[in-house]
Design a protein around this ligand. Sequence first.
Ligand code: PRX
Length: 660
Amino acid sequence: MEGEKIITSLLSEKRIFEPPKSVSERAWIKSMDQYKEMWEESIRNPEKFWSRFLDILEWFKKPTKIWDDSKFPPTAQWFVDGKLNASYNALDKHINSGKGDKVAIYWEGDNPTESRAITYTQLLEEVCKFGNVLLKYGLKRGDRVAIWLPMIPELVIAMLACARFGIVHSVVFAGFSAEAVKDRILDSSARMLITSDGTFRAGKKIPLKVKVHDLLEETPTIEHVIVVKRTGIDTPMKVGRDTWWYDELKDQPTECSYEEMNAEDPLFILYTSGTTGKPKGIVHTTAGYLMYAALTHKFVFDIHDDTVFFCSADIGWITGHSYIVYGPLVNGATEVMFEGVPSYPSFERYWEIIEKYKVNVFYTAPTAIRLLMKEGDALPKKHDLSSLRILGSVGEPINPEAWIWYHKVIGNERCPIVDTWWQTETGGILLTPLPGATSLKPGSVTFPFFGVKPEVLRDDGTLAAPNEGGHLVITSAWPGMLRGVWQNPQRFQKTYWAKFPGKYYSGDGAKIDEDGYIWILGRLDDVIKVSGHRIGTMEVESALVSHPAVAEAAVVPMAHKIKGQAIYAYVILNKNFSPSQELINELKQHVRKEIGPIATPEAIEFAPDLPKTRSGKIMRRILKAIVNEVDVGNITTLANPKVVKALWNAHKTAKSSSSH
Ligand code: PRX
């Protein structure tokens, strides 16, 4: 939390930004009065509220029971007796209503010379071809399939082909390591892995399949591996297990059946980091998730039939699941899917894409905004960004400087910014402005979406006063909420429902100001948001300790100008190892291999000792304060208070001799 404080303290923006008339006039939600009336109904009478929106989905059997809260908390069930199919809703529904020739996805490659426009009909044909491959290998409803693919159309095709048959997909971000893929396969007992020979990133070829090849000997449940040829990198293939995507698809028919799924059947698992242990498999269901992803997408981004939507996230994270795959496609929108990075071939890449496809709604992360802001105003000004109507932000708190720049330079002061707060667990956006209705305060996520009742609590569970920071909890049930942690009901209960019994515990700090605006203060637990990516400190610590040189490790967030937060690691070495730059590099490489490049520590400091309580618990709070150069507070509970001074001195010396 100190990290965000340091960043946000640079500017205090007191102005309020009203929704532009041009946006309000056309918007689905046009005014604060309309919002309030709908929100109150959504809390007072969820049944009535949600039944009004059933038609955003097409049902094989329309639900008569909107929700069942008899077991809430923790789990409410939604649209209980409905039957539907997510893939059918994303594809067939639009083709049946005459929109088959509409572009579903403008795919833009890492290299700007590579792009594709894929219509709904074409997407369905590819999904069916791959769906037939899944059937050929005997995959069936309820089985799990792991997908480790970069941002290429085959990723969307694979997900929707799984969803067609009720096969539960578990997508692993392509930037994670092969070890991470292995762990997720083992946890979910996946029968198939879909991956690629490699990926392009900023013009470079990066291998994928070859890295996981040997590890697949340790994943007994994997029967088949299907490999997309993307880069031409040399790739080992195990005979009888591994086949090429293209060979599998080429003779498959472009039609296939689909399953009629129950509302509460799982749609996917997505692993995310938490406070303890290994990442947990968050489970989302078919109807509730789909309804929530589609409705939030429609209202928060004000999607109409002619809207071109561009979400720059990776599908390996929840933002991509909900706002590249399910939300936009269920709404029949046209969207841009981008394989590359904002800095390649130049820092103009996003602006070129917005100009090229006449993007109306652009949804990105504060880290990208800060990165591009640093490059100056001249680059975006070279491009015609006049198609933009709404700008979105997600993944971490947006500091007012970045907000104002986004508003002024990218939005030309006419585009509302929707700063959306949510989590892997929530399925869709929970706290957000509505672009045609909400007056904005830069840095505030403003108000709850329909069905969502937030509270900010003190440690003792009482309500915090206005402007007093506390724990953000949700007290209502909403359709997109997680239904569990894969095969671990105790962890589900303990992580989300135990701290404040009966209330959903988010792990975030927040405050509500005198006007009722909500401000997110950052994570209160041991989760770090590096460039908006969620990493558990314990995961990085375990990776470090698995190296023979390391006896003990403690990882804390450090404020970072572009990334928001970066990883700072304290390491105590085993006997016979001594500090050196080579060892620092080796440890960084080790973490990359164990978790992935995004988890690489920004800095590693060799410490003689760590601050510990008398019971031996490392006090990360103190390390975090030292790293971010703020007051360490009370240290009387420490068993070894002298260490604090030594660490302060070491930090100052390290700082003066390096650039971190
Ligand atoms: O700390 C909050 C931060 O991201 C966390 C959730 O991370 P993840 O599950 O990876 O999902 C990210 C995308 C939805 C939250 O607990 N976060 C997300 N959005 C915001 C945010 N922090 C501040 N402002 C936001 N708009």
